[in-house]
Design a protein around this ligand. Sequence first.
Ligand SMILES: Cc1cc2nc3c(=O)[nH]c(=O)nc-3n(C[C@H](O)[C@H](O)[C@H](O)COP(=O)(O)OP(=O)(O)OC[C@H]3O[C@@H](n4cnc5c(N)ncnc54)[C@H](O)[C@@H]3O)c2cc1C
Ligand SMILES: *[C@@H]1O[C@H](CO)[C@@H](O)[C@H](O)[C@H]1NC(C)=O
Ligand SMILES: *[C@@H]1O[C@H](CO)[C@@H](O)[C@H](O)[C@H]1NC(C)=O
Ligand SMILES: *[C@@H]1O[C@H](CO)[C@@H](O)[C@H](O)[C@H]1NC(C)=O
Ligand SMILES: *[C@@H]1O[C@H](CO)[C@@H](O)[C@H](O)[C@H]1NC(C)=O
Length: 512
Amino acid sequence: MGTMALHTLSLRALLVLGLWHTGRRSLASAPELQNQPKKIAVVGAGIGGTAAAYYLRQEFGTGVKIDVFESGLVGGRLASVKIKDYEYEMGGSVIHPLNLHMKHFVEILGIPPRKDVPSKMAIFDGKELMFEESDWYIINFIRMLWRYGFNLLRMQVWVESILDKFMRIYQYQQYGYSFSSVERLVHAMGSDSFLTLMNQTLEETMMGEGFSQVFLNDIVAPITRVNYGQSVRINAFVGAVALAGADSGLWAVDGGNKRVCSGLLYHSKSELIPARVTSISIKVRPSKTGATASFYEVSYVGESGSAHSLYDVVVIATPLHQGMSDITFSGFSPPIPSHFPGRYHQTVSTLVHGLLNMSYLGATGPASAFKVSEVLTTDSNGSFISSLSSLDPVHIPEDYKRPPSNETKVWKVFSSQPLSQEQLQNIFLSWDSVTENRWLAYPEYRLPSRQIPPFILHNHLYYLSAVEWAASAMEMSAISARNVALLAHNRWHEQDGKIDQEDLQTRLRGEL
Ligand SMILES: Cc1cc2nc3c(=O)[nH]c(=O)nc-3n(C[C@H](O)[C@H](O)[C@H](O)COP(=O)(O)OP(=O)(O)OC[C@H]3O[C@@H](n4cnc5c(N)ncnc54)[C@H](O)[C@@H]3O)c2cc1C
Ligand SMILES: *[C@@H]1O[C@H](CO)[C@@H](O)[C@H](O)[C@H]1NC(C)=O
Ligand SMILES: *[C@@H]1O[C@H](CO)[C@@H](O)[C@H](O)[C@H]1NC(C)=O
Ligand SMILES: *[C@@H]1O[C@H](CO)[C@@H](O)[C@H](O)[C@H]1NC(C)=O
Ligand SMILES: *[C@@H]1O[C@H](CO)[C@@H](O)[C@H](O)[C@H]1NC(C)=O
């Protein structure tokens, strides 16, 4: 989405970036080699599953066979669609400049970021545009100051302070530390104050910090709506992630974000198995040493019928929720449910190649003069849409100029319900194609927060997508992927000193 920030990379950020590129700790050291897992399965080839394959390879070395199961398209919620001559992003689209794992992936894969096309944001209250970003930074600043006092500036400081703590996870992971639950991972970043964020609504938290109700309604709600399709009553942790998603410097992957997923599969030398996993059961077998060893039997249905194979370690990288995936777990005690409690929020992404009805936005000037590319919406009765944006292709051609609004071009509408013909006719004067995708996009963040699902479902059976109940984003899946790979490695080799360590912040300071 658009930018409203006054943000530049801080010194702190640069320091972290610098740290990132210093040596990686040595992995899979020699004594461990006798007892390595032989086969690992990953279920799901979205960014979570493919990043897991990448980090599992890093942790367990070249000897292990890694199979990645995917029932749909590689990329999952990262997907693009072709309209006329170009491809456009349908799902997850923007990446924060401090999302270090995503940055690292495009670097090792040699994929450039997409060329930037400047954008301009406005906020629609259901009747008219109540705020329109100007080309001039100073004008935006004065308008904001006039209307909201120092709320905007303070919000940036607040988000940055959260981001500062969030960034600690990269250092912990760099040193091989892992966490056995989402709560512990979140606690390691920002101690109790971060757990409190997960337990409170963004509204409560920001009101507590002294932000005004008007600011919440006019500025914060449009941001949570465009990023999570939900109100300011989402938990404050995912709320802060949403607000960071309104920073400047957001980027995307040239050619489409899903390229990272296929790149990671290839880079990790994993085998992609195009099949739907139907069940996972536990099998116990006597081993050569006389002790028993347990394996996971993964059953799946592909084009050539159904089959099953045995694995030492399994990572589930798809939400175990109604409508997302249907996997039966058998033989486990305590039992593992196919679906955890809680629902995923529907966000309908509608891409329209058409001509915008300027009067829908209450705009009066000529369409050719309308330069806004991102329209956010307040939480009012009038807006059945969450956002409306002018889309640029996933790859920006050399001589590309965003078409003006008096011409037919591609617009993306987010809404929680599919758009009716009547609603389309309201927003657009005419169109020649409509492409709709109904995503179960991210969790429905209701409070009080229900029990967050565990990372560890069984000894060597892991659940990567549990992290989405703290916040759902590409980087969150990537962080969880690395955590699960480290956790699998640390548990396999019984390195308890690398799991759930307290006070890492102080302990690692000495090592810097
Ligand atoms: C409309 C929309 C906009 C978004 N915007 C952003 C954004 O701007 N920035 C951002 O960071 N994030 C954004 N997100 C969130 C982001 O896309 C997700 O958090 C992220 O892509 C999740 O990746 P994942 O790999 O964990 O899950 P998924 O991408 O859902 O991957 C799971 C995969 O598992 C497969 N699968 C399911 N069941 C089975 C089975 N039984 N057997 C085999 N395979 C199975 C699925 O087909 C799927 O490919 C957005 C999401 C949506 C929907
Ligand atoms: C958050 O809420 C849950 C459930 O109400 C509770 O068990 C937990 O202790 C709370 N945590 C914090 C840090 O308040
Ligand atoms: C355009 O929007 C206005 C205001 O919502 C509406 O009255 C009109 O019917 C819409 N469609 C056309 C074709 O003008
Ligand atoms: C859009 O407006 C520009 C500038 O006024 C004009 O040059 C162009 O011909 C218009 N395009 C269409 C399709 O009307
Ligand atoms: C929304 O509509 C309902 C019923 O039409 C009305 O009671 C309520 O006041 C409206 N809310 C706002 C914020 O306009």
